[in-house]
Design a protein around this ligand. Structure first.
Ligand SMILES: NC(=O)c1ccc[n+]([C@@H]2O[C@H](COP(=O)([O-])OP(=O)(O)OC[C@H]3O[C@@H](n4cnc5c(N)ncnc54)[C@H](OP(=O)(O)O)[C@@H]3O)[C@@H](O)[C@H]2O)c1
Length: 236
């Protein structure tokens, strides 16, 4: 395999994906905005490079020669940071830049990490629209995420076979609300549809990474968004 490029490789999901790829013997180009901030990220098979996922030129400069790209970026690490300075177009710009850069470089697979709040709840509303489940102050973040998904879907509608963005075979894997940092890798997960899994659902970042790598090595899901989760009591 020619290796994968991971945007957001210094973050929680990006580190887990990088680790899972290494475990499988894959080469990783780990994209971060400021390599000096991540002195421990480079390792055997991992090249750390500077890049900005929202900048089409930057994306184009790093994706060539890879078999797939992973979008594991977030402008915020948690609600405690606040959302006052959130760019509502962040995920849209990331989607556009990735589609353009990947298509131009002939990289056809993109696996993006989604947000549970964008899944559909039991009552048919998006989870983000239910203030009892999702805090209203975080809703702008969910809306920004949803716009990124909309851009991916829009590109797919343009018709494949043109060598353009529509030829990028993307999937968005959406974890449950309980996405657990530091929880163990079980190697197990389930893929669902557009509906949010029930309250027992959980997932470790490590198992999210297993799903991401599986969808690169043996894709099962194309040009759509699905949930990814484990059910029942957390393992460990
Ligand atoms: N339950 C859920 O649904 C759930 C829970 C958590 C996360 N998520 C989603 O999972 C994804 C990854 O989240 P995470 O928890 O791994 O976040 P994280 O730990 O905060 O990491 C995000 C990374 O994105 C990078 N980044 C930010 N802007 C960038 C840019 N313009 N170009 C390149 N990289 C950039 C940051 O790197 P630098 O700052 O170093 O550049 C950071 O390392 C996000 O889409 C997030 O919304 C979903």
């Amino acid at each position: 395999m020619a290796g994968i490029v991971v945007f957001g490789a210094g973050g929680r999901a990006g580190r887990a994906v990088t680790e899972e790829a290494r475990r499988r013997g894959q080469r990783v180009t780990a994209v971060v905005r400021e390599p000096a901030r991540y002195p421990g990220l480079g390792a055997d098979g991992v090249s750390v490079v500077r890049g900005d996922v929202t900048d089409p030129g930057s994306v184009a400069g790093v994706v060539g020669g890879h078999v797939a790209a992973v979008q594991a970026v977030s402008p915020f690490s948690g609600p405690e940071q606040g959302f006052d300075s959130l760019d509502p177009e962040f995920f849209a710009r990331a989607a556009d830049a990735l589609l353009e850069g990947l298509a131009g470089a002939g990289v056809h697979r993109l696996v993006a990490v989604g947000l549970f709040a964008n899944l559909v709840g039991a009552d048919g509303r998006a989870v983000m629209d239910d203030p009892a489940v999702f805090p209203v102050e975080i809703r702008p973040f969910a809306l920004a995420h949803a716009e990124g998904l909309r851009r991916l879907r829009k590109a797919s509608g343009a018709g494949t076979g043109t060598g353009g963005a529509a030829d990028v075979d993307w999937v968005m894997l959406t974890p449950p609300a309980r996405l657990e940092d530091g929880a163990p890798r079980t190697g197990r997960y389930r893929l669902g549809g557009e509906t949010a899994p029930d309250d027992t659902a959980h997932l470790s970042y490590a198992d999210l990474a297993v799903a991401v790598l599986d969808e690169i090595e043996a894709p099962t899901t194309h040009r759509t968004r699905v949930s990814v989760f484990n059910s029942g009591a957390p393992v460990g």
